[in-house]
Design a protein around this ligand. Structure first.
Ligand code: G6P
Length: 626
């Protein structure tokens, strides 16, 4: 998704730091990039389709977009903004790339989000003589700001950029995180937020802003999160925040525990590989902090008084997070005895959901910024639900808005394909199920201890699954299946969402067609696909449905499909053409172990096919628009 950075520094050039910030945000997914710098004469802008390296090369070229300005001046500018664009309105070319500037060439703007009434605003501005230069929805904002500033200046002689931005945003419908600069002898930098995240920090060098806290970590670990409706004015030594009516408000910095080096590669070839291998440590951390005596200790937002009143749970999420949500459904029903549904957040929000009083709306999200998940949670809140979140990013919108929050402690996840966040979400759901079960009297202290012990034991299992032997085995299986016509992933019960997740990982990383299916449903359609050349990955661990899965597996074999078994069910492993054994564990926690070989499998196939593992095509790490 689009990335926004900006800086206004005391006495050193801003551009290099802005480019570094953009590089940190690359993981979010983008297809063009650009920067603008405030010079005394006006704004200087450079934009390029493609990667940041293309932009960097452009910055080294001779000609500036505004030929009157010197290249040297651009790299010397103390105030600038930068952007990585993930195209929504108009193709990813240079003209549509941000920043966009007003007609006077004094104001430049970068934007993450969507202007819903852009057509209407564009018509109005065109009638007033504005000539648009891009297909984007964003461009209307910069022209509106210029117009509103002119109006304010007409009324009172001069106007601060922040006031022009506030006035312009009153006319904008939609979602935005914007950074705006105005060139001049004293450059101005303003940030505003409605929806997508935006944070700022100030250090001895100057003030910085970014749409993702990771881009600020090299500058400070004391970060201010803007709230919806905030407009902030940044100066080299301080910042001020205003509400839409102009009232000034205090926004205090929060200390971020993540370190800049957590987002590094630590000797691995890819972030995805590193994050897969981090899972034992992540699980250890997530669990250790939350295992109490005879209960899961999730903190004050999860007290008996609220939880005992609950009648139902509605789980919400998107992508991988929803797969963790489907597992959460099994866990909460199975362990805590609470009726539970799960739904795609994007469907839930548009289907007039009927939620009974006493429903816990539980949103699961790595980033805490997914637009559909946030909208679904807000809708559930409006409908009177108690809201909960299992989320990985402290300070994210979801964490700030939910009544009860469980932070997963996976650390920054940079690989677009989610791996460690998924297993941490499943562990989080398990802990929440134990807490709910205790609060409702479904689980006693002894029962909770037994359940928590099983979860604690998963770390050792993960170490086995990530040991050299299993990794080598997965590599071999990937090699022998790389040319398969297609892939079907099957699982049942609590491991059926693992099959969905295995197929999703493979699609995301290697662009091959893969389907995940509940094993029992295979005979109702997908069985027609089975023939020699079709690889079928069957997830099966010991437990209530193991025998059923075994018979599904036999049906695949009978039709010539190539069967690869992942799991601990010995009989299934014996029947398979190829096998990846996983240590035996309680059925309830088995998804955490079973998914890992599937993550590795997707990674290896992606490598064999020469795909860009950490930046898969068309995907964004965090989808902050609909
Ligand atoms: C995007 C990512 C997926 C992720 C989904 C939900 O589609 O590419 O990997 O699972 O968003 O993201 P969230 O941050 O809410 O977990």
């Amino acid at each position: 998704m689009c990335g926004v950075v900006g800086a206004i520094l005391r006495d050193q050039p801003a551009l290099e730091g802005i480019l570094d910030g953009l590089r940190v945000l690359e993981y979010r997914g983008y297809d063009s990039a650009g920067v603008a710098a405030a010079l005394p004469e006006g704004v200087a802008i450079r934009r390029r389709a493609g990667r940041i390296e293309a932009l960097r090369a452009a910055l080294e070229d001779a000609a500036l977009e505004d030929a009157a300005l010197e290249d040297g001046a651009l790299s010397e500018a103390r105030c600038g903004v930068g952007h990585t664009r993930w195209a929504t309105h108009g193709p990813p070319n240079e003209l549509n790339a941000h920043p966009h500037s007003d007609q006077s060439g004094r104001i430049a703007l970068v934007h993450n989000g969507i202007v819903e009434n852009h057509q209407e605003l564009r018509r109005e501005l065109e009638e007033q003589g504005v000539e648009f230069r891009s297909d984007t929805d964003t461009e209307v904002i910069v022209h509106l700001i210029a117009r509103e500033l002119e109006r304010l200046e007409g009324e009172s002689g001069e106007a601060a950029l922040a006031d022009g931005v506030r006035e312009a945003l009153k006319l904008v419908e939609g979602y935005y995180a914007i950074a705006v600069l105005r060139a001049g002898p004293e450059p101005e930098l303003v940030a505003a937020r409605q929806g997508p995240p935006l944070c700022i920090c100030v250090n001895e060098v100057g003030a910085w802003l970014a749409s993702d806290v990771l881009a600020l970590l090299p500058h400070s670990r004391e970060v201010v999160y803007l709230e919806d409706g905030d407009v902030a004015r940044l100066a080299p030594s301080h910042y001020e925040v205003f509400r839409p009516d102009g009232e000034r408000v205090e926004r205090s910095p929060e200390e971020i525990e993540w370190r800049a080096e957590d987002a590094g590669m630590a000797g691995f070839s890819h972030h995805m590989q590193k994050e897969i291998h981090e899972q034992p440590a992540v699980l250890g951390r997530t669990v250790a902090a939350r295992v109490g005596d005879g209960d899961a200790d999730l903190g004050s937002g999860w007290s008996d008084s609220e939880l005992a009143k609950l009648e139902r749970v509605q789980v919400l999420g998107c992508g991988t997070a929803l797969h963790a949500g489907l597992i959460a459904q099994f866990l909460i029903e199975g362990l805590a005895g609470l009726p539970t549904d799960s739904d795609y957040a994007s469907e839930f929000r548009y289907r007039s959901p009927r939620l009974v009083p006493g429903t816990l709306a539980l949103a699961i999200s790595q980033s805490g910024e997914t637009a559909d998940t946030l909208a679904a949670l807000r809708l559930a809140k409006e409908l009177g639900c108690h809201t909960g979140a299992i989320c990985n990013v402290p300070g994210s919108s979801l964490v700030r808005e939910a009544d009860s929050v469980l932070l997963t402690d996976a650390g920054p996840e940079i690989g677009v394909a989610s791996t460690k966040a998924f297993t941490a979400q499943v562990a989080g759901a398990y802990l929440a199920a134990v807490r709910l079960g205790r609060a409702r009297g479904e689980i006693d202290a002894l029962g909770a201890d037994t359940l928590l012990e099983a979860l604690r034991g998963v770390r050792a299992g993960l170490e086995v699954v990530l040991g050299d032997e299993t990794v080598a085995l997965v590599k071999e299986v990937a090699r022998s299946n790389q040319d398969a016509k297609g892939f079907l992933f099957l699982g049942r019960g609590v491991n059926y969402p693992v099959a969905l997740e295995g197929a999703l990982k493979l699609k995301e990383i290697s662009y091959v067609h893969a389907e995940g299916y509940p094993a029992g449903e295979m005979k109702h359609g997908p069985i027609a696909l089975i023939e020699p050349g079709m690889s079928v990955l069957v997830v099966n661990s010991e437990g209530g449905v193991a025998e059923k899965v075994r018979s599904n597996l036999e049906q695949v074999k009978a039709r010539g499909g190539r069967v690869i078994v992942v799991g601990s069910d010995e009989e299934s492993l014996a029947l398979a053409d190829e096998r990846i054994p996983v240590p035996a564990t309680s059925e309830w926690v088995s998804p955490i172990l079973n998914v890992v070989p599937l993550q590795l499998f997707a990674y290896e196939i992606g490598l064999l096919k020469g795909c860009d593992i950490d930046k898969p095509r068309n995907l964004a790490k965090s989808v902050t628009v609909e």
